[in-house]
Design a binder for this molecule. Structure first.
Ligand SMILES: C[S@@+](CC[C@H](N)C(=O)[O-])C[C@H]1O[C@@H](n2cnc3c(N)ncnc32)[C@H](O)[C@@H]1O
Length: 331
């Protein structure tokens, strides 16, 4: 179904903005409904940190990487915004530094992404050249002529001195569910351990700080979070830590662990998606050694017990606090 990515390209495909020569930067890149026409495929340099969307673009033959180097000069930029204001503003400021002066910058998002207030904020300090709405989304565009970074507030706190950035899970404070899980880590969680959906590494850091597991394996779909985890765990790393930029719902794990710890994702965009957590539980059950165990935390409203009982022989609720439940399951 067509959506905001299709809307983003409309000013180019309808001839309002010429593609011209040279390459275009595409941040927050996602595939479009009918596939990219050849001229766009040749012109676009795509950035996508989420593994699933990255794989979709790669399968379509697009030039895509999780992070595009800041030093390049592009003839224009396309930005598909998401739900995090700070992350959106960071993308726009980065794009502005990477395209030539006066080059077009197109910004699009669906109705729920905050594209309308974003446009209003930008219109207060820069001239908007045009906009159009289609597929429940809006695109607006302008020339690269202002220092965006100086207009966006960048005040941000990082939890407990860890390295995080806007758009990552619990970028500003430790999640209460993750804290509950961390409190229940003990010396019995040992051997080869995987942290599923590891984010910027909070749970692994708690584990490594207090215990000495043989190996720790962090699986995370968001590349920027995983890179932050490498920084955050560098003091503990004696060669026993491995990092995987990995979509657990699409890619095989291919290893077996004694324990898996996780605070699984339950949102895709703004929608609650309990199915994501269900898939995480099923993958966890397949990725444990015989007698292996899973320690997971979830919002009390999420119905994971049935899936746990179907996949494990013993399931216990260890704690309940702040709207979260801590569940332990053993094969
Ligand atoms: C609720 S957060 C937990 C993060 C971290 N473990 C913590 O406790 O702070 C879930 C994490 O799963 C990641 N994630 C989402 N979908 C994923 C997938 N398909 N495969 C792997 N990781 C995924 C998200 O990027 C996010 O960092």
């Amino acid at each position: 179904m067509a959506g905001s990515a299709d809307t983003l390209f409309m000013p180019i495909t309808n001839g309002e903005i010429p593609l011209g020569e040279g390459q275009w930067l595409y941040l927050g890149a996602r595939a479009i409904d009918g596939g990219f026409p050849d001229e766009l495929r040749a012109a676009l340099v795509c950035e996508q940190s989420m593994r699933g969307a990255y794989l979709d673009l790669q399968m379509r033959g697009m030039n895509v990487s999780p992070r595009v180097d800041n030093t390049d000069r592009f003839s224009g930029a396309l930005i598909l915004i998401g739900k995090h204001r700070g992350e959106n503003e960071t993308m726009i400021a980065r794009a502005s530094n990477m395209v030539s002066a006066g080059a077009p910058i197109l910004i699009a998002g669906d109705k729920t992404s905050g594209v309308a207030p974003l446009r209003k904020r930008i219109a207060a300090f820069a001239e908007i050249d045009g906009s159009l709405a289609k597929y429940h989304a809006t695109v607006f565009w302008l020339r690269n002529s202002v220092d965006f970074a100086s207009h966006f507030s960048s005040a941000k706190t990082s939890p407990q001195g860890y390295q995080t950035s806007a758009g990552m899970f619990s970028a500003e404070k430790i999640d209460k569910g993750s804290a509950l899980l961390a409190e229940h880590l003990d010396e019995n969680i040992r051997g080869d351990i995987a942290d599923f959906g590891a984010g910027w590494g909070y749970l692994s850091a708690e584990l490594l700080n207090r215990f000495s597991p043989r190996t720790v394996h962090l699986y995370e779909a968001h590349c920027a979070s995983l890179e932050a985890a490498k920084e955050n765990l560098s003091d503990y790393d004696k060669g026993q830590i491995s990092y995987y930029w990995h979509d657990l719902t699409r890619e095989a794990v291919g290893k077996k662990f004694d324990w898996i710890i996780m605070n699984p994702p339950f949102h895709e965009g703004r929608k609650t998606e309990p199915q994501l957590g269900v898939q995480f539980i099923e993958v966890a059950a397949r990725s444990l050694k015989p007698k292996g165990g899973l320690l997971m935390v979830a919002n009390v409203t999420l119905p994971y017990e049935k899936t746990l009982q179907q996949n494990f022989s013993k399931v216990n609720q260890l704690a309940r606090r702040d709207g979260f439940k801590l569940l332990k399951a053993q094969l």
